[in-house]
Write a protein that binds this ligand. Structure first.
Ligand code: ADP
Length: 357
């Protein structure tokens, strides 16, 4: 297992006369045996960051260390990908179609000229760990999506890597299998204490696997912390949106309340009167009720505009009664009649306040 240290890492791509700073002066340490998640919008440098760590790209400036060994320096990959003890799993698994599962998994060991009996033993061990023992004789086209992905993971693990790098590993899976695939990777990461970096645009991937996460925006980490911290206390409205569903509503501050039409949301810190802010409310932090509830603040009356059902939960869209232009989405276990007027309750301590950009 390795720790990874990145110092002032920058990668600039030149396209004709334009320069794209894909990674912009990143410094970070990922401890031995931990899992780190990189979240961010498409095109903001996630894959480039991972490829730099893999040794597939040279830094424009900055340094990368595995444990205390310098592996990349400006314009030079000192230790190549094959010498870093890394294994990578990509979105498109890249299995060899003409090889059976066994040979796909065995491939890295064959390349490394490992003796045949040792290969046999190792492949069977990893296949057992990943539940592939019954399909070792099949070709990739005879596998389900989940089995293909597990074969790709098995091939990554067969050489006992020190570091596992995952780039959007679950994007090609059906929603149903995605959940169990995440659980499997998490289990392997924890059991093997494998230093892991996972890159994804989907917060659920990151939250399922990472001990710690960073949100990359424009090639820089905009926020780093425990996943729950980033979800609950996003530093900006953009990070709030990237980490999950959220209502972002413009409000004006009057006497320490954020005012949205007839709604009055108490703020527990001092802001200037009449300052404009953006209030962030996660759909699962708010509810509708006629009566007051413990640990919730009644912020005023709203009217139900739309109700839809999906995945075990009703999505209810309401508006302040004073302003039907503003939509607020609420997760609810029960439906309500359209047109109903009722109270909007907000969980204490869950109100997010952002600067207007
Ligand atoms: P993400 O993984 O977040 O989608 P990438 O790291 O793939 O983002 O890309 C970051 C930026 O760098 C994008 O603007 C992309 O077009 C650019 N980029 C990535 N790889 C190359 C390359 N090999 N040549 C030129 N530009 C690249």
């Amino acid at each position: 297992m390795s720790s990874i240290k990145v110092e002032n890492l920058t990668k600039v791509f030149k396209k004709g006369r334009t320069e794209i700073k894909a990674v912009d002066n990143i410094s970070i340490k990922i401890d031995n045996g931990t899992s780190f998640g990189v979240l961010g919008p498409s095109g903001h440098g996630k894959s480039t960051f991972l490829r730099l760590i893999a040794g597939l790209e040279e830094p424009t400036s900055g340094y990368i260390y595995f444990d205390d060994e310098l592996v990349s320096e400006p314009h030079r990959v000192i230790l190549g990908p094959e010498k870093r003890g890394i294994a990578m799993v990509f979105q498109n698994w890249a299995l060899y179609p003409n090889m059976k599962v066994f040979d796909n998994i065995a491939f890295p060991l064959k390349l490394a000229k490992v003796p045949r009996d040792k290969i046999e033993k190792k492949v069977r061990e990893v296949a057992e760990e990943l539940g592939l023992t019954n399909v070792l004789d099949r070709y990739p086209k005879e596998l389900s999506g989940g089995q293909m992905q597990r074969t790709a993971i098995a091939r990554a693990l067969v050489k006992d890597p020190k570091v596992l790098l995952l780039d959007e590993p679950f994007s090609n899976l059906d929603a149903q299998i995605r959940e169990s695939a995440r659980a499997l990777v998490r289990k392997i990461q924890r059991e093997r204490k494998l230093t892991t970096i996972i890159v994804s645009h989907d917060p659920a991937d990151i939250f399922a696997i990472a001990n710690k996460a960073g949100v990359i925006v424009n090639g820089k980490f905009a926020q780093i912390g425990a996943p729950i911290e980033i979800y609950d206390m996003p530093a900006t409205d953009l990070i709030a949106k990237l980490t999950g569903e959220i209502n972002l509503i413009h409000a004006k501050v009057i006497e320490n309340n954020a005012i949205i039409g007839n709604l009055k949301i108490p703020l527990n810190f001092k802001l200037d009167n009449l300052q404009e802010v953006i209030i962030g409310l996660r759909p699962d932090d708010i509810m509708l009720s006629e009566r007051p509830l413990d640990r919730y603040v009644d912020v005023g009356v709203v009217k139900v505009k739309l109700v839809s059902y999906g995945a075990g939960i009703f999505k209810i869209v309401v508006s302040p009664i004073s302003n039907e232009e503003i939509d607020i989405i609420i997760d609810s276990e029960e439906p309500l009649e359209i047109g109903t007027e009722t109270h909007l309750l907000v969980k204490m301590g869950k109100i997010k306040v952002f600067d207007v950009n």
